[in-house]
Design a protein around this ligand. Sequence first.
Ligand code: NAD
Length: 344
Amino acid sequence: MKIAFFDTKPYDKPSFDRYGKEQGITFKYFETKLSEDTVELAYGYDGVCVFINDTVNAAVIDRLYEMGIRVIVLRCAGYNNVDVKHAFGKIHVIRVPAYSPYAVAEHTMAMLLTSIRRIHKAYIRTRDFNFSLAGMTGFDLHGKTVGVIGTGRIGQVFINICRGFGMKVLAYDKYPAAGLADGDSIRYVTLDELFAGSDIISLHCPLTEDTYHLIDADALAKCRRGVVVLNTSRGALIDAEALLQGIKSRHVGAACLDVYEEESDFFFEDFSGHILEDDTLARLISMPNVIVTSHQAFLTEEALATIAQTTVDNIVRFREQRENPNEVCYRCGKTEDCCRGKCF
Ligand code: NAD
């Protein structure tokens, strides 16, 4: 099979070439993102492989379908950029539900420690032979309360890491995980209780209609003064403008963002020689207590290998018309109890 691979980065190729070759699958790598403007590039291929910032809307799906394409493989877990309702019954949409929850959870903790211990400031200071400690006071994580929203794979790994630091955990999930709460140091609570009781809040739920702007001005108003907000999930879980106002008013103590609402316009690209058009992003980045990484939480060698291996396996299962638990379908794809493609 020949697959058109969109939004290619240099680190994608080695693992996809390796696992693809083993299964007789060739990838044609396009640097451009998939969109209505670029969909013609997929002509003559058997499927498309996309990432988080490709646009797979109704128009793109219709054109792919006209070209005879019957499979879209996502090399990521989230599929909010794919109109799965429109694809239903036409094109199979298959994702990589998990590759390394450790990669994302560890990056979340790396950002938290960097922020609260001012490592990002210290790195720049000592490179300039400035050994002053003024303004570097942090706080202990031990004994603090972390609110974890979304206790799936990544959320649970993050909770374990936090427990290693001696933190208490308040958890919220639409579908709480059986056996996770221990009634003492890990407790499921309502969202409002989580907002009111957490020193740090970390987001690990998917972006859905329910979770869009989960953290907005109202939510922030319910949080403790000085709250640290972590988002390594999806940008639009947070109203970025409300977060900025929270930072400016000193109500929010710090924010660590691996994702941003409008990231598809900027992330993964080099804008260092350009004037950034997004004032909210520019202002957030300018804040001493905001750390932004460019959706890199997933980027470990282990995760890249698993992503390629699972994507190739998804293509093979499609080729062999085998049932696949990684299939996303509209009829039940919006919930966590998806039929896994059986009702396609
Ligand atoms: P998962 O499916 O294992 O867990 C998601 C959890 O969110 C589930 O427990 C689910 O019940 C819960 N949930 C669903 N709707 C909810 C709601 N309305 N309110 C609260 N909780 C809700 O997914 P995961 O593998 O842990 O990934 C979590 C998220 O991390 C993904 O949705 C994705 O957006 C993000 N992610 C980011 C990166 C990155 O590089 N930054 C990489 C992978 C995944």
